[in-house]
Design a protein around this ligand. Structure first.
Ligand SMILES: Cc1cc2nc3c(=O)[nH]c(=O)nc-3n(C[C@H](O)[C@H](O)[C@H](O)COP(=O)(O)OP(=O)(O)OC[C@H]3O[C@@H](n4cnc5c(N)ncnc54)[C@H](O)[C@@H]3O)c2cc1C
Length: 357
């Protein structure tokens, strides 16, 4: 029996777990994927890797600034670029980012999941297990049913539950409990909206392309392609160019359930070749990843959702108080404070989860 079961090992879940575990609670995270990080995601490819989720960290805000500093000291993050070039309708070619928007972007040469792995240090995490159902028991505990690849760890009980996943997925878990959970809680979850994104990872032979002067470029006028980065420039030992492309939400909405994602990926590559760099449409290889819940488009203003009925329950994530990494971490930490208030009121680490570092 655990004090707190956390669903989801993204940055919100990891931040929450660190806070509570350091305070002395018995905490477990259940994660459906094979690794931690959620949308802080890195795909292993032959002898290298590519970041198909979060592109970079910006050392901005009261949580990210000190976190980035420590991760740089630890050799996990490195400065990548301070200039995300722009392509807009007014200019035929890419232009520098405006002076006022410039700032250093930090990346992990080992892949962005290195950040999540670091934040997962010392935590009990059950990977490869999707929470399929949850229900209150007569003993006043939560009972979680897990979809497990083997006969082990198929269920667990906990005094409280933190759901640190996108709101629409949280809603799927909680709708069956609509008789017991206050309607306002579920209505708040229903009000959150997410936009999708399709990302393409494409690798080239060295002789195929002459590399651009930019490492990252944002497109503001194209309704299909939103962003492109030279991902291999994040890794000092990379042998050949790899680009990562992000579609717009509009494009992803049209093709999200397409049976032939390769065809859709090829479309994005052709646009990139036409607008930015000839040859991008003929990669040596490419893969496409579908993010059904990529970015919150309608978020909540509060840092988390809480209900004591029927038992302590919190939902948190980037969709609480913002829509990016900073709000995910802040929401996870705030959720820990709320759970602590409801349970035993132990002493939580004062300076956020930086205390693990
Ligand atoms: C393509 C892309 C690029 C991005 N670029 C940036 C960027 O440059 N800068 C920035 O600040 N933000 C960026 N973001 C947004 C950022 O990734 C998110 O804001 C942040 O990672 C969200 O963290 P989270 O913990 O709230 O959720 P998630 O990272 O989504 O974590 C949720 C976790 O829960 C797991 N899960 C879901 N359902 C279950 C279940 N039933 N049982 C068990 N586990 C479950 C999932 O597998 C996942 O690991 C980007 C996102 C995408 C998709």
């Amino acid at each position: 029996m655990f004090d707190v079961a956390i669903i989801g090992a993204g940055l919100a879940g990891l931040a929450c777990a660190q806070q509570l575990q350091q305070a002395g609670y018995r905490v477990v995270i259940v994660e459906k994927s094979r690794g931690v990080g959620g949308r802080v995601a890195t795909r292993r490819l032959q002898d290298t890797c590519a970041d198909h989720g979060v592109r970079y960290f910006e050392a901005q805000g009261k949580l990210l600034e000190p976190l980035v500093e420590v991760l740089v000291q630890r050799g996990i993050l490195e400065a990548w670029t301070d200039n995300v070039y722009q392509l807009n309708s007014a200019q035929p070619e890419v232009t520098n980012e405006s002076e006022s928007s410039r700032m250093t972007r930090y990346v992990a040469p080992a892949g962005m999941t290195a950040v999540a792995k670091f934040l997962a240090t010392g935590l009990e995490i059950w990977l490869n297990r999707r929470v399929e159902a949850m229900a209150p028991t007569a003993e006043n505990t939560w009972h979680l049913t897990l979809n497990s690849p083997d006969e082990t760890f198929k269920e667990l009980t906990a005094s409280s539950v933190v759901i640190a996943i996108p709101a629409p997925q949280a809603l799927m878990l909680l709708e069956p409990l609509s008789e017991t959970i206050p309607p306002i809680f579920l209505d708040s979850l229903r009000s959150v909206e997410f936009a999708p994104c399709l990302t393409v990872m494409a690798g080239y032979k060295n002789e195929q392309l002459s590399l651009p002067s930019w490492k990252a470029c944002s497109l503001s006028h194209n309704s299909d392609l939103a962003w492109i980065g030279l991902d291999s420039s994040k890794r000092p030992n990379s042998k050949a160019p790899i680009f990562v492309l992000h579609s717009t939400a509009e494009f992803a909405n049209s093709y999200l359930d397409s049976e032939d994602l390769k065809l859709v990926g090829q479309q994005l590559l052709s646009i990139a070749a036409e607008l930015l760099l000839p040859g991008l449409d003929s990669p040596d290889w490419f893969q496409v990843h579908r993010w059904r819940y990529a970015f919150p488009s309608v978020s909540l203003t509060q840092d988390y959702l809480y209900s004591a009925i029927p038992l302590p329950l919190i939902c948190c994530g980037d969709w609480c108080g913002g829509n990016l990494l900073e709000s995910a971490i802040n929401s996870g930490i705030s959720a820990a404070v709320a759970i602590n208030r409801q349970l035993q009121q132990k002493t939580l680490p004062g300076e956020g989860f930086l205390n693990i570092l």
